[in-house]
Design a protein around this ligand. Structure first.
Ligand SMILES: *[C@@H]1O[C@H](CO)[C@@H](O)[C@H](O)[C@H]1NC(C)=O
Ligand SMILES: *[C@@H]1O[C@H](CO)[C@@H](O)[C@H](O)[C@H]1NC(C)=O
Ligand SMILES: *[C@@H]1O[C@H](CO)[C@@H](O)[C@H](O)[C@H]1NC(C)=O
Ligand SMILES: *[C@@H]1O[C@H](CO)[C@@H](O)[C@H](O)[C@H]1NC(C)=O
Ligand SMILES: *[C@@H]1O[C@H](CO)[C@@H](O)[C@H](O)[C@H]1NC(C)=O
Ligand SMILES: *[C@@H]1O[C@H](CO)[C@@H](O)[C@H](O)[C@H]1NC(C)=O
Ligand SMILES: *[C@@H]1O[C@H](CO)[C@@H](O)[C@H](O)[C@H]1NC(C)=O
Ligand SMILES: *[C@@H]1O[C@H](CO)[C@@H](O)[C@H](O)[C@H]1NC(C)=O
Ligand SMILES: *[C@@H]1O[C@H](CO)[C@@H](O)[C@H](O)[C@H]1NC(C)=O
Length: 593
């Protein structure tokens, strides 16, 4: 009833949505049920996500009726006709948002003319990624899987036609670099509305993402925007929303760990789910059902949950979450995925983010209330307890590194390097004794970087999963570079300055060369390669084994666009204005200092 009042007050904007009153995924078309199952298993489209992004062109009851009229086992042809007759194009409830992009005020500080021209192109590329929902395009009674928001937003690109939670932090960083503060604010305020409505921030703007979140970056977005604008009204508005989001993580994902007579509380990714993710339906269906090992209902439910929790982590998928860590002659990549154990891992990155959320909330509550600092002390104490737990459980003194923690073995995953371990140094979640090891904390990272010419890998495991070797991801380069800057500041010496710069060079060269080699050009500066037909792609991930290749693997083909890559490159270019574009057709190399 409470929700009804909320929606009524928002007026007609929400009419025509599949799920306006629902707080979780329950649409008979887009979430679960015979229609979804039959259409998805018929594999009418190469990507499972396409169908669930198609709005209906007839009222929902007529769509369901027409489906039932097809009988028990409709063939592929009649399903194709059914979909064609009752659904519109994927994403057609969205329309481009006309963002006005002025000139970039720091463009002239970039010394290299090629990079300067490329940055100008990236600065203007937000136009291709900015959208708003236009639910007026839906007919009366028709539905779509959209979670509608009132303001415009930027999407990652490719199959990711709607906005995503953690991607948006890196997009917002880029928008702020581009001086598009209003669009950054629009995105953050959309998130506020979603948290108000659902009590947490969903993975992305689709109802099939309503059963899970993604790495909690909202407080970091608020922090970025507030640092830039010092807008206290904005901060006041953010606080109750972040309080609410914090309680979601606290209540839904906390585990208590006993060690050495003490109790610690940390968080993990965990999702209540017992069916294929609608947007990866065929993939999940095969993973769970097409084998002889996973037979009981309980095993199946657990795997569906761990698949969804892996997606919640943003790292879908990685050996960090699987029991089997390597392929061999008899172990396929699906076998690895079947060994998912996501909910039994305490991830270092998630807990660093939550520490940061607690610390920001303590600071901001203290800043905005003058007399009653009950909230500030609550968050201060939560942050302190978490830091104690990071110290006791996740920090490894011998290796001078943080690791994930395995709830089953009650031990660190201390034989597995992951660049997620750098999050505490980016966010400042660093226990006192760690300060004595600051001159060693990048030893493992440096060793990993020394093995390959490209950017920093996500893990050292060579699986076929996309968050493992050989893939490196732009957001993790941002985290690593910032972590190195911070540690230098704490050490009061420029110990990691050059290492950070090499990483900045490798990140920009990887993005630039893979763009150039797919047809990118700069008028009057850089001619398009003769052997290319496209116009240059910005990729979502890169192969760490070279400076010229996009990444690959995982459950979908490599995507171009790309929100977080553009954001991270703009940030790097504004912080390192003397980088020089490489010759992408000869093998350039950036050795470690
Ligand atoms: C598919 O089913 C429809 C309706 O039952 C039928 O008319 C059609 O011949 C079938 N097509 C094929 C290729 O089997
Ligand atoms: C969080 O937990 C509450 C209480 O158990 C539950 O009702 C809700 O669905 C959970 N939220 C999500 C997104 O799973
Ligand atoms: C999402 O969660 C709700 C409530 O727990 C559940 O009824 C529904 O089946 C879930 N959806 C999926 C796709 O698992
Ligand atoms: C099911 O698994 C078998 C054996 O691993 C494989 O050959 C087959 O292609 C799989 N079927 C589907 C529909 O993926
Ligand atoms: C966690 O530890 C258990 C027990 O040692 C092990 O079987 C499992 O593979 C580990 N999980 C992960 C994700 O490494
Ligand atoms: C694969 O399985 C076969 C039969 O069980 C076994 O003989 C062989 O050694 C296995 N190969 C590897 C690489 O484990
Ligand atoms: C730290 O790492 C070493 C080497 O992997 C391991 O032997 C040790 O148990 C780890 N320490 C803790 C506290 O887990
Ligand atoms: C990963 O393993 C595959 C085959 O097992 C091999 O071809 C590839 O070169 C390896 N990649 C790396 C980065 O070691
Ligand atoms: C296109 O030409 C460039 C320059 O000669 C070369 O480096 C690149 O590998 C070529 N790309 C393809 C796809 O052949």
């Amino acid at each position: 009833m409470k929700n009804f009042v909320l929606f009524a007050s928002l007026g007609t904007f929400f009419l025509g949505q599949a799920c306006a009153e629902s707080l979780y995924c329950d649409s008979p078309i887009y979430c679960e049920g015979p229609l979804l199952k039959t259409v998805q298993l018929a594999q009418l489209f190469p990507d499972s996500k396409t169908f669930v992004d198609m709005p209906t062109t007839q009222p929902v009851d007529q769509v369901l009726e027409a489906f039932h009229a097809l009988g028990d086992q409709p063939n592929k042809t009649s399903l194709q006709e059914f979909v064609k007759g009752h659904f519109g194009e994927a994403g057609s409830e969205m329309e481009p948002y006309d963002v006005t992009i002025g000139s970039l005020n720091w463009l002239d500080t970039i010394k290299d003319t090629t990079y300067r021209g490329w940055v100008d192109i990236l600065h203007h590329a937000w136009t291709n990624l900015a959208f708003k929902f236009n639910t007026d395009t839906l007919c009366k009674g028709c539905v779509s899987s959209t979670l509608p928001v009132e303001r415009p937003f930027v999407v990652p690109g490719g199959r990711f036609r709607e906005f995503y939670y953690w991607d948006s932090y890196f997009v917002i960083e880029g928008l702020l670099q581009s001086g598009l503060n209003d669009l950054a604010l629009d995105m953050i305020e959309n998130f506020f509305d979603l948290v108000e409505r659902y009590g947490f921030m969903p993975n992305g703007a689709r109802i099939y993402y309503l059963n899970r979140s993604q790495p909690p970056f909202l407080a970091e977005m608020v922090h970025l925007y507030y640092q830039k604008t010092k807008d206290n009204q904005f901060l006041k508005k953010a606080l109750p929303v972040l309080d609410k989001e914090y309680q979601f993580w606290r209540k839904n994902t906390t585990v208590t760990i006993r060690q050495g007579g003490k109790k610690y509380k940390l968080n993990r990714y965990i999702v209540n789910n017992h069916s294929p993710r609608p947007e990866s339906y065929v993939e999940d269906y095969k993973t769970v059902y097409n084998n002889t090992q996973i037979t009981t209902q309980q095993q199946q439910d657990d795997l569906f949950s761990d698949l969804a929790a892996g997606a919640e982590s943003g790292w879908d998928y990685t050996s960090r979450w699987t029991k089997i860590k390597e392929t061999d002659g008899n172990i396929t990549s699906t076998d690895i995925l079947r060994s998912l154990d996501t909910h039994n891992v305490i991830p270092i990155d998630l807990n660093a983010l939550l520490w940061s959320m607690e610390t920001h909330l303590a600071d901001w509550h203290a800043h905005t209330t003058t007399k009653n600092n009950k909230d500030a002390s609550y968050y201060r104490s939560q942050a302190k307890h978490r830091l104690d737990a990071l110290d006791a459980l996740l920090w490894n003194e011998t290796q001078a590194s943080f690791f994930d923690y395995n709830l089953t073995s009650h031990a660190q995953t201390s034989d597995e390097y992951t660049s997620a371990s750098l999050f505490p140094f980016w966010l400042g979640a660093v226990p006192a004794r760690v300060h004595r090891s600051l001159d060693r904390v990048f030893d493992l990272t440096r060793r990993s970087l020394a093995k390959y010419p490209g950017i920093l890998t996500s893990t050292d495991r060579n699986t076929t999963m996309q968050w493992d070797l050989p893939n490196g991801w732009p957001p993790l380069q941002y985290v690593a570079i910032q972590a190195m800057h911070n540690v230098d500041a704490w050490l009061k010496e420029a110990k990691y300055k050059d290492l950070a710069k090499v990483l900045a060079k490798r990140m920009s060269a990887s993005a630039f060369c893979s763009w150039y080699l797919t047809g990118g050009s700069i008028p009057g500066e850089l001619n398009k390669l003769d052997n290319t037909t496209d116009q240059g792609h910005m990729f979502e991930k890169f192969d760490v084994r070279s400076l010229t290749a996009s990444g690959f693997g995982g459950e979908y083909t490599v995507q171009v666009g790309f929100g977080w890559t553009n954001g991270v490159v703009l940030w790097i270019m504004n912080n390192y204005n003397d980088l020089v574009a490489p010759d992408c057709t000869s093998s350039s190399i950036y050795p470690l200092p």
